[in-house]
Design a protein around this ligand. Sequence first.
Ligand code: HEC
Length: 317
Amino acid sequence: MSFEFRRRSYALNVAALGFCLAASPAFAIDWSKASGKDIALFYPGQASWEWVLTEKDHSGAPKFRGGKNCVDCHEGEQKEMGERIVTGKKLEPAPIPGKRGSVTMNVKAAYDAANLYLRLQWPDQNLKIKPEGKDQAKVTVLLDDGAVPEATRAGCWGVCHDDANGMASHPAGQDIKKYLAKSRIKITRQGGGLNYKTDAEIAALAASGHYLEYWQAHLNSGKPATATAGHILKAREATTPGAVKANAELQNGVWTVVLSRPLKAAGPYEKAIAPGKTYAIGFAIHDSFADGRHHYVSFGYSLALDDKTAAVPALKQ
Ligand code: HEC
């Protein structure tokens, strides 16, 4: 059977992903004025982009290809989905004992003359198990401005491929991070591997805005948060120094993180953030010193300045 999802998925004209912003001082914003949205993040196991597009693996595949977004079918089911996967009933060959299946994160957004701010709040879990990563917790925002259809339709899934590190088709010895399908000549059920387009083709994609921005806060209790940022196209690549700032505190078992970034794009891999445009946004949380795919992820949501119809509206202060 030929595996034709690539052309078809492009034809779906999905939109972009966005990453969130990092911060100026948190006190610059009166968060009581911003309405919050509870967004469910769940443990995805090895459910890759190719897995969701393959009907024999995922019965939602034909309708997703036909235009129904993940949230249209799954909103409200994330807790049960995460529970099934984290316990190893499906999609997880090596369950981690005690790990929760989902996390509900409250998301608020606001902007001022200079910056966009996102405030993210969720209950911590810190299992006393062997650390995989350097940070006690991390929260990541993916952001797009409509240029990447799979980001609008599927949030983080557009960058999560079957051959990436830790995934079912990962080739031993290779370091394959997140990437967008268009950076590869060909995509199969196993992902795009190392079949990169030429550097010139990838540069042209980037120039057309076909990349996702990411913002990440690195969290360790008792220490100030640090922020990193970058983009995803051929791989996940950091921008140094990044324009994103992070403030965070862990109080009574709840993380409160403010990420912010200047509205203006300062570099080639930053999206300008302006009223009148709808951004795609997706979230990931790593906790308990987890790394790689041992995280919680959200489907795709919308963010817009001054637009209360967006899932996450950012109003001016
Ligand atoms: C047309 C509805 C529909 C759409 C759209 C859809 N799904 Fe599904 N999905 C299902 C159904 C039905 C199941 C359960 C049976 C199965 O696995 O096929 C499922 C199962 C899953 C599972 C396994 C967990 C579980 O509880 O069984 C994951 C993960 C998943 N979907 C992710 C996604 C993602 C990511 C998207 C968007 C890229 C998406 N789905 C789009 C209908 C849908």
